[in-house]
Design a protein around this ligand. Structure first.
Ligand SMILES: Cc1ncc(C[n+]2csc(CCOP(=O)(O)OP(=O)(O)O)c2C)c(N)n1
Length: 335
């Protein structure tokens, strides 16, 4: 890990953001295990440096699209703990008034166009957002997060073709955590991930997704170039998910071994390693880092308690925000 471009404030913000994601996920997992949360959720723990390194290179004007494993993207793009926990618990103060749940959090105020339970589903939305920016003459950039498994979706190839032809300001960020549900990536994906983008003439990079500074450094450069019309770009970020595919996945012993998990969790943890680096550089002492973590964990705990007590939406709202308010007849071009 080496860096010359950030100051102490930047470093501590990135550290805090990664800890925020871990703390959020630990609490979400606990809510599921104690049967207080409806449905399933997919933990982002282990992948924090990807979301934080990328989102720290963006402004609120820049957009992201997210995935079923999207809590980390939301937090890194500025989402509020209380509104997120309320959404997970189906409460009316949630980002989507409790109707979206874990896999459908959207936060327009920070440019988060939303998570998507359909694998690859956000690729078209992100590319459409980039087309909108270009047509409106805006210099905002859209980052499209998706997993390695989603590279099997045909939509990716349709939108990469279009984005390359029209030089759209979009960055395809492929989080390669080594697995697609219960299958190792190398068992289902031939060739290299980056070659898929290069086939369309898109500049593609493959980097260590556990190194927040490396992720941020590359993203800053690509975002600046995308703003000038040099996009699209593709980044493969090599990372690892610590939990099973989702919180109910208790069978991961059958498809990956403990030694592999230990290599990542003990040797490659993005938060521990960045913390050690900050200590080595004299940016913060172990006590200061612990105080940051304690404060964040207290905030997360309070947000969970708040969400548990919060109200459910009234039953009369069941159709609200589900259908477009527009009269469908007016949508027909000949109407
Ligand atoms: C169109 C579609 N097909 C299948 C699924 C079921 N499914 C949910 S997550 C997943 C694997 C996704 O793997 P990857 O894209 O690598 O993301 P990761 O879960 O590893 O973050 C699948 C197949 C789905 N939700 N949508």
């Amino acid at each position: 890990m080496a860096d010359t471009k950030h100051n102490s404030e930047d470093y501590l913000r990135m550290y805090s953001q990664m800890v925020r994601i871990r703390a959020f996920e630990d609490n979400a997992n606990q809510l599921y295990l104690s049967a207080k949360m409806p449905g399933l959720t997919h933990m982002y723990s282990g992948e924090e440096a990807v979301a934080v390194g990328i989102c720290e290179a963006l402004t609120d004007n820049d957009r992201i699209t997210s995935t079923h494993r999207g809590h980390g993207h939301c937090v890194a793009k500025g989402a509020d703990f209380k509104a997120m926990f309320c959404e997970l618990l189906g409460k009316e103060e949630g980002y989507c008034r409790g109707k979206g749940g874990s896999m459908h959090i959207a936060d327009q105020s920070h440019g988060n166009l939303g998570a998507n339970a359909i694998v690859g589903g956000s690729m078209g939305i992100a590319t459409g957002s980039a087309l909108r920016a270009k047509m409106q003459g805006s210099d905002d950039v859209t980052v499209c997060f998706f997993g390695d498994g989603a590279t099997a979706q045909g939509l990716l190839y349709e939108v990469m073709n279009m984005a390359a032809l029209w030089s759209l300001p979009v960055i395809y960020a492929c989080e390669n955590n080594g697995y697609s549900e219960y299958t190792k990536t190398e068992e289902i994906a031939a060739g290299s991930i980056t070659a898929r983008a290069e086939a369309f003439g898109i500049e593609a990079h493959s980097i260590d997704g556990q190194d927040v500074l490396a992720v941020n450094d590359l993203t800053q450069k690509l975002v600046a170039r995308a703003r000038k019309g040099e996009g699209p770009f593709f980044i493969e970020l090599k990372t690892y998910r610590y939990h099973g595919h989702h919180v109910g996945d208790i069978n991961r012993a059958y498809y990956r071994d403990k030694e592999e998990e230990a290599i990542w969790k003990e040797g490659r943890d993005p938060i521990i390693n960045f913390g050690k680096w900050l200590e080595g550089e004299g940016v913060a002492s172990p006590e200061e880092l612990k105080a940051i973590e304690d404060e964040i964990r207290a905030e997360a705990k309070a947000a969970v308690e708040y969400a548990l007590e919060a109200a459910y939406p009234d039953a009369s709202e069941v159709d609200m925000h589900v259908y477009a308010a527009t009269d469908p007849a007016t949508l027909r071009p000949d109407a």
